[in-house]
Design a protein. Structure first.
Length: 673
């Protein structure tokens, strides 16, 4: 097929628009079109960020015009930037990376009728022939339609698509939809042309997932709109897709065609989003008979993305896999206490047309192990979660913070060495400490006040992969003892959290500190004391140093096997720093301390409350592996009651298991170039 279906081609054209300044007279300076875009949901237009950046630089709230030949009678509509993927303020003549070059535009006039393109749900890289159409500048500032057909024959990283040099893309075409002629779905956004030559590049629409929390409602609005179409034109994308080779064979009840997909995605759009990436991956695997989706595909962020993994060689899988997946989503939502009855009713109706084996598999669907929460007896508290140990296959996220030693090339004058950090994120899956997933080991490092902002996105990506419903992955932060007062448990890894998911990381998941100086082969003293503590059973709090005494090495060396040092003072300076240093030298792997200061004239009432509370916390624990979760529960209570004076509000926990040592860093001290 050399061109798109004529009706789908016309629908794509009807959804395509261009941008321009609202306050400019046609033909005058500043009236030229900025670029192209296309509607993907009611009132929302997708385009390239670099199309808007020159006009919105310094004023992101500027109102501009959106115009299309088949929208509002061709009259300009006021619009404003909704959001874009650009990181920071764009610089003049800056080439925007593919992964950041998307923007969403909101039409400000309500109730405007318009067509919306159909976005592919597939997560693999699209290939084959694409039809691209948009607008280019004509004489007198007039916007002129154009269209080209070109084959996608190359990929660049996760989101970049490359066209063969067989079509010329004009200036102004950036932001145009790329329509897959094989499936009748929009798979990309035209990004750039090659100067003086044919061919160019595009951005795969899977990059929409990089909009983070905004992605779920956006794609839900898209699927709701198509679930209720036809709209303005009286024609329908999905009905025409049935005529295309990418629709697959759909002559029997066990086939899964475009109409099934439209109904399923429209209903999935009404189901609350999954708790991260892992549930989607696990449900897809089970629906595919225990076989994972083909490798090399992007991780799914929504239930729609999971449906997009139900393809083989570009063709939809049979209805047994799709219906099984939908029923598993229903079961998952039920255990979360939600209501997916509309989806369940449609699945039951669709099962009337399938063979008996399909009916049996779907109606007997059960969640994979690890996704269903353990049963809780009425009136009883949930069981304490034991901290992961080597070999149990439970993933732990590790952040390593390495102080940068000056001199610095940039930053405030007089910045002290060690006040900036290089960082690295790893995952310990219980068997092996994996290679870094994200890191920044160059330049001047990150100042402490910017650590949370810098780590927010990479940590969210890793947590989304490892978290299971009701079981968020623990977070370990490894840093030198001089920085042990970093209040990691107060970090807010999301700017906006749901009411049932607190923003503070120490409330939602177990958070512990580790000593970065203990990388490599465990010290025999450390290993010996840890093993003795594991055999000793319940841990016991020991006030350190004893009242009205200075810390001495013997205080820590002579402690019993079950002893846990508890400090009512910070661990990064003064007597607390000396005490924690002695504790580490004596092989202690667990310790508690107060990070927020200490009276100058000895201990006060708060110190007594802290030691009494710590003693009770340890007394309630039957083994050291319970401590991180028991402390997290206390933080959860503090968050709910907003008790700023609680003894544990500023307590940090060292939990340094020599059975899972950090890898040795042979590079020595890190010097900023």
């Amino acid at each position: 097929m050399s061109d798109a279906d004529p009706v789908i081609d016309a629908l794509a054209r009807a959804a395509t628009v261009y941008f321009h300044a609202l306050d400019a007279t046609p033909g005058a300076e500043g009236s030229a079109l900025w670029g192209t875009g296309f509607f993907i949901a009611p009132g929302l237009v997708l385009t390239c960020a670099h199309v808007l950046a020159p006009a919105l630089r310094g004023d992101r709230d500027r109102i501009f015009g959106v115009c299309g030949g088949e929208v509002a009678g061709g009259e300009p509509l006021p619009a404003r930037l909704e959001r874009w993927l650009l990181d920071g303020e764009p610089r003049p003549e800056q080439r925007v990376p593919v992964a950041q070059d998307l923007a969403l535009v909101r039409v400000l006039e309500p109730g405007v009728e318009h067509e919306c393109v159909w976005l592919t749900d597939r997560t693999d890289h699209p290939g084959g022939r694409g039809v691209v159409q948009g607008y280019r500048p004509g004489e007198g500032g007039r916007a002129v339609r154009w269209k080209a057909t070109a084959r996608i024959n190359g990929f660049d990283d996760d989101y970049g698509l490359r066209f063969r040099p067989e079509a010329e893309f004009p200036k102004g075409g950036s932001g145009s939809p790329v329509l897959d002629a094989h499936t009748g779905a929009v798979t990309g956004v035209l990004k750039s042309r090659r100067a003086g030559r044919d061919g160019g590049t595009a951005i795969a629409v899977t990059a929409l997932r990089r909009f983070g929390p905004a992605y779920q409602p956006l794609i839900a609005d898209h699927d709701h709109w198509h679930g209720q179409s036809p709209k303005t034109t009286g024609h329908n994308w999905v009905e025409r897709q049935h005529q295309l080779p990418g629709a697959g064979v759909h002559t029997g009840g066990d086939q899964w065609g475009p109409r099934d997909r439209r109904e399923a995605l429209g209903l999935l759009a009404s189901v609350p989003p999954p708790d991260g990436i892992r549930p989607v991956v696990e449900l897809v695997r089970k629906a595919r008979g225990g076989v994972a989706a083909p490798p090399g595909q992007l991780l799914p962020h929504s239930w729609r993305d999971g449906h997009g993994l139900l393809y083989e060689a570009g063709q939809p899988v049979a209805a047994i896999a799709a219906l099984h997946y939908l029923q598993l989503v229903v079961e998952y939502e039920r255990v979360r206490g939600g209501d997916a009855s509309a989806l369940a009713d449609w699945v039951a109706l669709r099962l009337q047309d399938v063979p008996r084996i399909v009916h049996t598999v779907v109606t007997q669907a059960s969640l994979p192990p690890g996704l269903a929460p353990p049963p809780v007896t009425a009136g009883s508290a949930p069981a304490v979660v034991r901290y992961p140990r080597a070999g149990d296959g439970t993933g732990v996220v590790i952040v390593e913070l390495e102080p940068v030693l000056g001199p610095f090339r940039a930053g405030p004058a007089g910045t002290a060495p060690g006040s900036r950090f290089y960082w690295r994120i790893r995952v310990d899956d219980g068997f092996d400490l994996n290679e870094p997933l994200h890191e920044d080991q160059t330049g001047d490092g990150v100042p402490p006040e910017e650590l949370v902002h810098t780590l927010r996105a990479p940590l969210a990506e890793v947590f989304a992969t490892l978290d299971a419903p009701g079981a968020p992955a623990p977070l370990e932060v490894a840093l030198p003892a001089d920085h042990f007062d970093t209040a990691v448990h107060r970090w807010q890894l999301t700017e906006m959290a749901r009411l049932h998911q607190p923003a503070y990381v120490g409330v939602r998941r177990m958070v512990v500190l580790r000593d970065l100086g203990r990388r490599g082969e465990p010290d025999p003293v450390w290993l010996r004391r840890w093993r003795a503590m594991e055999r000793a059973g319940a841990p016991v709090a020991v006030r350190t140093p004893p009242p009205r005494q200075l810390p001495r090495p013997r205080h820590f060396e002579e402690m019993g096997a079950s002893a846990v040092p508890v400090l009512c003072r910070p661990a990064s300076s003064g007597a607390g720093r000396r005490a924690i240093g002695m504790a580490l030298a004596a092989g202690h792997g667990i310790a508690l301390w107060h990070t927020d200061g200490h009276p100058d004239l000895g201990c006060g009432d708060f110190c007594d409350r802290l030691h009494e509370g710590a003693a009770l916390l340890l007394e309630q624990s039957t083994a050291p592996v319970e401590l991180p979760d028991r402390l997290r529960r206390i933080r959860d209570d503090i968050s709910g009651t907003r008790d700023t004076g609680h003894w544990a509000e500023s307590v940090a926990l060292l939990y340094d298991d020599p059975g899972r040592p950090l890898p040795l860093d042979d590079s020595g001290p890190v010097d900023s170039p």
